[in-house]
Design a protein around this ligand. Sequence first.
Ligand code: GLN
Length: 619
Amino acid sequence: MNILPSATVHHANHWTGSKTPLLRFLERCYQDFVTENAGNVADYIPELGKADPARFGISLATIDGHVYEVGDSRIPFTIQSMSKPFVFALALDTLGAERVERAIGVEPSGDPFNSIRLNAENHPFNPMVNAGAIACSGLIHESKGAGAFDYIRQALGRFAGRELSMDEAVYASESATGDRNRAIGYLLRNSGVVTDDVNAVLDVYFRQCSVLVTARDIAVMAATLANRGINPVTGEQVMTPYAISRTLSVMTSSGMYDYAGEWIYRVGIPAKSGVGGGILASLPARLGLGSYSPKLDKHGNSVRGIKVCEALSSHYDLHMMNRNDNARNSIIADYDLGQSPSRRSRRPHEQRLLAAHHHDVRIIELMGTLTFANIDYVSRQIAAKPRPSFIIFDLRRVAVITRPAGRLLAEGFRELAAFNVTAILSGIERSSPTWQAIAEWTEGISNLRNFRLLDDCIEWAEDQIVYRYSGAIDSHAMTELSEQPLLAGLSAQELTDLASLGTIRNYEAGTTIIAASEPPLSLFFLKSGIVHVRLPNGVRIATLTAGMAFGEMALLEAHRSADVLADKSVTALEVPLADFQRFREQRPRVGERIMHNLAQLLADRLIVANTKVSVLTAS
Ligand code: GLN
């Protein structure tokens, strides 16, 4: 076998500098098990008998594509039976599940890998034993003919993330001695599972078993299985999620042959071994492990490789059946309009309407990964209270929506729509993966909206409530100065005097009316239209409608702290600050009244801000 001497334990010599705990753990496995000398190198394929029994390499690939390596992780060896899961996945995707599942079973045989026994239908028990694997190679041969091996080699390379070659000597050695596998091939042809020339099919099988890999390659291949078929290093979707999940299923029940039950009971990580000394272990959504050590136990599984898998599983408690999830941890806040209205200042009659109907808009802020369990919990929280007209789901802190959760969430939206409840989503873009997770299921749901900002969602829902109960949103209505809360308590004469100091101004939508960078020179009373107040960092802190004042903070501060922009075409009375100050000074009672009103407005804002903070920090 050709060995790359330069790669030998070069990682072991660089065990300096800062290391992650997982790398230290793998190093400890190497130290602990390198002294393990039980087992024998396979020699029924004569060329395999030449392997150096001292070799020991471990590699672990994470699903974010980081690859840890210890010891002989770059020494090539033949993949042997570890090719079986990948060729099974390839057959599923190439010929379709129906064709493959008709030829090959998925029951564990409880037999050794080279068993000649077939199931009751004279088909292979499963694709992890030789009979099933030869049948898979036969299916690929049926479809690709003379190109079958190269087709397989390239697919294996996509799993590994690099082009793989073949060990000619091992291939020749197995081809010369592989009569037992030929016998299986003839048996399969006899029962119609193999339809092509047996020797041609066996040639594909022997070649695929002789493909050269390293522990590192195996780790990446295993991580690709763990990652629903996306190679975490190259990012390529190598096979369909269907093929991958079915492949992991048969690895779980049959990957370790007549040790499979014991293995999944004790270690709990789907795995596959090869007589070349490799073990591949793939823990879905977590990691892929590859190990290389040529001495095998009586089942044909690498002795040290098994020890590494056992240690990994027990040390980190990674048994796949040993998992839980907290269904309740995704709701960070659940409140209604009463506790957190939008930043839009409403006129008194609108405020009264919204206060009376605050239960009608419910806001649920979610975070983290949304799973099936989380979304079911959310559904029950919704069902537990009287149905509002609007439910806002704030998803800005949601990192991932799993597929099952996406479906359940969409079913929830459909349920709400049937009762005329509008679901409003905030914090996700239509192009985001989070949206994609639900988009597939939400088609045709009429009562579903989305806005980027939570405040926009709340404001929109408030408008709907106002419209529903008052029949109109009067954003174009002209208001009088007497409606200004800042001027409450002034006499008609005082208001007329004040109006005479100012000038009526009109602004187009989008105009900057006040710039934070400019000195404060005037005060504005909004007569019609909508403006918003925006901090220099772009955050919108308030939306104001007819009847409100802006620029009024200049009565307290010598600097502007925010911009004010017109949202819709705006009419406002602009009063120069100097004139306003003089007006106040000439009428001390009025001046005191206005400052009292200002204090009241600021106190109201503070109360709203405090409620919002407490909604988010309570629980
Ligand atoms: N090529 C080997 C054989 O068919 C593969 C067996 C194995 O790795 N378990 O005998």
